[in-house]
Design a protein around this ligand. Sequence first.
Ligand code: ARG
Length: 461
Amino acid sequence: MANDQILKNTNAKILDEFNASIMFDKELYSQDIRGSIAHSQMLQEQGILTKEEQESIESGLLQVKEEIESGKFEFSLAYEDIHMAVENRLTEIVGEPGKRLHTARSRNDQVATDFRLYVQEKSLSIKGLLKELIEAFVSVSDKHTTTLIPGMTHLQHAQPLNFAYHLLAYANMFKRDFERFESSYERNNYSPLGSAALAGTPHNINRDSTSAKLGFKAPSAHAMDSVSDRDFALEILFNISTSMMHISRISEELVTWSSYEFQFIRMSDEYATTSSIMPQKKNPDVPELLRGKTGRVYGNLISLFTVMKGLPLAYNKDTQEDKEGVFDSVKTIEISLKILTQVIKTMIVNTEKMENACKIGHLSATDLADYLVQKQNMPFRTAYYITKDVVAKANSLNKDISELNLSEIRESNEEIKDINEEIIMYLDLRNSMNARISYGGTSTIQTVEQIKDFEEWLINN
Ligand code: ARG
């Protein structure tokens, strides 16, 4: 009998290959089965399925799940996608009740539900990985609140920082990422199930029930919108892209810091690679790959934006192109976060190199200008030009401004010929770092406060 055959809606073999999504959307098998179980339970509550029918559907679906997880399930192109593959196998197992499962739903709300469940689950697990990375930054920071490192702008030496402060900038970025995944989760926490093809259904269903069973906050408010909406997928792609951009920035610094010219850090042997030809080399392949993988993640975001931009309402098959990029970006960020966490935890910090590098480039020059403003009530611009003369003097003596003695400073410019000897203290590099006590500044006092705030945040999140 025709209606006992597998549900198949293509003819040409090449079309099977082109039309099918099973080879990648099998990733959604567990969400599909979860969604179907919830749907069948609701259908029974509403008197649309009998208790026996629902029970045989549910146990059949659990058997399909078991078959998939044990590798027994045959993923065939003939079934087109995971939704039809599961339904067909279910019907093979349980017979007639299997054919009743698709009552009051369509693959359009089914795929929207499955994919949304996947994105929600992944948002939570990525948040967990971000938290572990933040923990790594905070614990390394804790050891380096007094370690000096040259702070840079334009990659030129600017002002002295402590290394913890530099690392905590990244902890802040990843904390914002964490919050971004969280707010997307909340915004998208609505169940499309029961929207049916595009317009709802005449069956007496209960969308609140399936929504609650699947852990959503509520059913989505508009059937046609929710079968067409892929904002949740775009949001996770954007959130992942932003995190990868942050990962890429720290990676760039790790590459620079581990170069011969800097030698601020050494990557632990476990996370560095060797050259196939130059036996002496240790290469930063890991941060380079992290930096490189950022590109494909951006590509996935732009690709889905482009798929969505011209689509009329409601469902269009173009939307099937939404999945592979999301799966790829999710896998990429997961492994990237895990590996970066290890790199940060295990890197060897060369505090001596960092501190010595601070003696190049007159990092405390701004402190002289600030001193003249604060102690001598000088207009900042005047102080700026006087400081320029002191820098010139230091250059002529081949010294850093922090190494000048009092008479050398006084000789630099007429206006400071009587400057108080306490200026020597102000030009000291560590004092310069510690002088920046404004909220969010680099002083050790402020940095320690910031670490405390993070520790509290880590406990509460
Ligand atoms: N495989 C499809 C997708 O991923 C499922 C929905 C198909 N719906 C349809 N009416 N053709 O989008």
